[in-house]
Design a protein around this ligand. Structure first.
Ligand code: CP
Length: 306
């Protein structure tokens, strides 16, 4: 399948070769950024955020500007005609006529697919509830490859909220193309969803579930830390029961192997102490900044600029 006019709804729609192709394009964007500056002149990106965001929204918007394109949209749906009762479907149909590509975050699982079925222009899923966050995954893969020199045969720990953490659901599937070993480290109430584990079983991916980070931390090449997703809990008491359960500080590094890299999609709350930020293992700010070349590459490929 080609890239032009393609939706990015799920990371599951991309083969290993396509993932690598996008990472190569992002590396080229990073190296030759001036040559991309006019690529999407005249194109318009709609940036529709029905949920809060800092990194995803602003890096997509910056990426479009850096490609010479322009941006319309909203970060606060209460300022749109949705507040007057307009349906999601009508909203998408209207905006589809105003732009060339739609980047959308929405709290409902499956909303990006629903939008893609309505619109003629491509839809990029910037997060649909607890389900998926595919463009975060492109950035995560790019960051891992850049720092570790490879994606193959890595031992990766996923820590924190594996039940509601959409970045984990997308990244674990993408990495499963590369013969990894996974440690899913969480409180028992926040384990990986069964459907994700079944997919890994089908792909014969080696994985283990664990509650105690220090039991496995010395094995890890990558530790992918996540925030407990407070906003997804139906019962606030359940959130308070697990809040603050994993908190990393510099003393954690005594329990790791040389070369470990710590990633986090951010925002963080209390799971990584800022004292850890300066450690060479901590690459989560670089990871956030890699959102620019990666999202520039995806927009360029989808809008047919290259
Ligand atoms: N990583 C991420 O999705 O961050 P935002 O919620 O700030 O977009």
């Amino acid at each position: 399948m080609g890239w032009v006019n393609r939706d990015i709804v799920s990371i599951r729609d991309f083969s290993k070769e396509e993932l690598l192709e996008a990472l190569d394009k992002a590396a080229d964007v990073e190296k030759n950024r001036p040559s991309y500056a006019e690529l999407l002149r005249g194109k318009v990106m709609a940036s529709l955020f029905f949920e809060p965001s800092t990194r995803t929204r602003l890096s997509f918007e910056a990426a479009m500007h850096r490609l010479g394109g322009s941006v319309i949209g909203f970060a606060e749906p209460s300022m749109t005609s949705i507040a007057k009762g307009e349906t999601f479907e009508d909203t998408m149909r209207i905006i589809d006529g105003y732009c060339d590509v739609i980047v959308m975050r929405h709290p409902e699982i499956g909303s990006a697919k629903k939008a893609a079925d309505i619109t003629k222009n491509p839809v990029i899923n910037a997060g649909d509830g607890a389900h998926e966050h595919p463009t975060q995954t492109f950035g995560d893969l790019f960051t891992i490859k850049k720092n570790l020199g490879r994606l193959d045969n890595l031992t990766v720990g996923f820590l924190g909220d594996l039940k509601y953490g959409r970045t984990v659901h997308s990244l674990s599937f993408a990495l499963s193309h590369f013969k990894p070993t996974f440690y899913f480290i969480s409180h028992k109430s926040l384990k990986m969803p069964q459907e994700d584990l079944k997919e890994l079983d089908k792909k014969k991916t080696e994985y283990y579930e664990e509650e105690d980070l220090l039991k496995v931390s010395k094995k890890l090449d990558v530790l992918y830390v996540t925030r407990i997703q407070k906003e997804r809990f139906l019962n606030p008491e359940e959130y308070h029961h697990v809040k603050g359960i994993y908190q990393l500080d510099p003393s954690f590094l005594k329990h790791t192997k040389p070369g470990l890299k710590i990633l986090h999609p951010l925002p963080r709350v209390d799971e990584i102490n800022p004292q850890l930020d300066k450690a060479k293992q901590s690459i989560y700010f670089e990871q956030a900044h890699n959102g620019i070349p990666v999202r520039m590459a995806l927009l360029a490929m989808i809008l047919g600029g290259h």
